[in-house]
Design a protein. Sequence first.
Length: 212
Amino acid sequence: MVPMSNLLAFLAAATVLIIVPGPGVLFTIGRALTLGRRAALLSVIGHCMGVFVALLLVAVGLGTLLMASALALTVIKFAGALYLMYIGVQAIRERKTLLDALGAKVDLVPDAKVLRQSVIVGVTNPKAIIFFAAILPHFADPAAGSLPLQFLILGSIFLAIAVVSDSAWALLASSARSWFARSPRRLEAVGGAGGMMIVGLGASVALSGSTD
């Protein structure tokens, strides 16, 4: 079990890191503006599921491998960047269909597809892997028991905070989308803006490896 003092210190550090809007929040906002509230919240869940997979891999030693292998980390980074750009381009191409989707009160993209896309984005999140591999060990105590278990506990706390924070951003962005929906031109513009935001996020990942 993680010592209480370490747990409280990690809780404070994780909260500060998560509540400050970063590229991961931009992904959520982009999905909210492009697809709406339901898809945005599903994206939050899917992204956290993917990041949890990354956490599991780190807990069993993959984090050490990626920190030691520049090639492996680069592959993860660019895979995630390219996938984000693909999603963004699709959103831009389909922006003119947003009004029809709203009028019919159906989602533009099936829930399963939204969830699947977000899981992939989470799994290929290079910053999450680096964070879990490089930061979690500082808050774990070898004398307190299994390190993999401590990593899982700390990582799960991090993800729980992230779900709450990202969901709040998703709800805020989707509410703004409703205002845009009153005008076909506004809605088309916001669909394109959401897609461009996700493409930009992919570009930033490719250049710097920064995601949430």
